[in-house]
Design a binder for this molecule. Structure first.
Ligand code: GLY
Length: 354
């Protein structure tokens, strides 16, 4: 059984950090940042009075640094600084830092405690919660990793005030997914939110509810044998779009891929599971207005299909989808044949106007 992690929506980072570090008795304290969060977010922590002494480890920013080499450099710093199984690591950053730092903590001396302090919306509502840790390897995303929950996740949404709109929208796509797999009320409030004139107090409330959706699902199925697959909505086609974009040297933010993936998977939900057409159109309108569209043409269908076929969520070469019968009515382990997937891509192009 994976331990439950404590997720705290922080009103006051100083008090929460003190509480969380007190809950994890430790001999030495480390903090992992990347070159951006070291500059932009670390000062917020340094302002805290009585901040315990901590050893900062700074790594390169961005997914290209989510590598075995970076991981080895973190292990080396921990080893050179005589970290022990009783040390504590704080991960201050986006999903790359919380994933890699979590894996470093889970493996160094067979594992010591860590606390996530996510600084991006994507990390707050998804990456830092739920115990998935890891690195990219052999050209494949998150190929090596472990389920190893943080002792605590401290979410301070004030970090979002300096996040650019694209990264905000990237995280918001995962929130929209949480709306679709939870309740009609949550889904509807997410569609009403104005992402251009952001009300940060409202966003904070929405983040709290979004994290709750994820926590409830992870609590029921921490190792993704069943219902946790609900969190994969939009990701089968989304990952294929991401891989196509990467191949064509036009990389996209993860949440954008998920948003466009959800357009396709809501259509599949409609034709295969009866998802109501009105709710499908409303959600797609929101995605089109906020995310625009990713251009694909029919000559790329085979390549996209190939990417879907090689998705690591599949078993025995059958493409695995999470579909919805309605908002909050999840249907996991669904599949679709090639013809239906091509029809879905036709639908995507038509409704997104690409
Ligand atoms: N990002 C999906 C999950 O944590 O399962």
């Amino acid at each position: 059984m994976m331990n439950r992690q404590e997720v705290i929506l922080s009103e006051d980072l100083a008090t929460c950090l003190k509480h969380a570090t007190d809950q994890c008795p430790h001999d030495k304290l480390f903090i992992l940042t990347d070159e951006h969060t070291s500059r932009l977010c670390m000062p917020r922590l340094r302002e805290i009075d009585d901040l315990p002494e901590m050893n900062e480890i700074v790594i390169g920013a961005g997914d290209i640094h989510k590598t075995l080499d970076t991981l080895a450099s973190v292990w080396k710093r921990l080893s050179d600084s005589e970290a022990t199984r009783h040390s504590l690591l704080l991960n201050l950053g986006g999903g790359m830092v919380t994933d890699l730092g979590g894996f470093a903590a889970a493996t160094f001396k067979r594992g010591f405690s860590y606390i996530n302090i996510p600084t991006t919306l994507l990390a707050m509502v998804d990456a830092s919660v739920g115990g998935k840790t890891g690195i990219n390897f052999n050209g494949l995303k998150n190929e090596i990793g472990a389920f190893a929950p943080a002792n605590a996740v401290l979410i301070d949404t004030r970090f979002l005030r300096s996040l650019d709109r694209r990264n905000l929208l990237s995280g918001y796509a995962e929130m929209l997914k949480h709306g679709l797999i939870s309740t009609e009320a949550h889904w509807a409030e997410l569609l009403r939110f104005d992402t251009e004139q952001v009300d940060y107090d409202d966003l904070r409330e929405l983040v709290g509810r979004s994290v709750q959706v994820k926590e409830e699902i992870v609590g029921q199925d921490p190792f993704e044998h069943g219902i946790r697959k609900a969190l994969n909505l939009g990701h089968t086609v989304g990952h294929a779009f991401e891989s196509l974009a990467l191949e064509g040297n036009r990389p996209m933010l993860h949440g954008y891929a998920v948003a466009w993936g959800m357009v396709c998977e809501l259509y599949l939900s409609h034709i295969k599971a009866g998802f109501p057409i009105g709710k499908m159109k409303q959600t797609i309108r929101f995605i089109k207005e906020n995310y625009g569209a990713f251009h694909i043409d029919c000559k790329q269908y085979e390549t996209l299909y190939g990417f879907m076929l090689h998705d690591k969520k599949n078993t025995a070469g059958v493409i695995n989808f999470t579909l919805l019968e309605d908002v909050g009515k999840i249907s996991i382990n669904r599949t679709a044949d090639k013809e239906t997937i091509f029809e879905t891509l036709d639908f995507y192009r038509e409704c997104m106007g690409v």
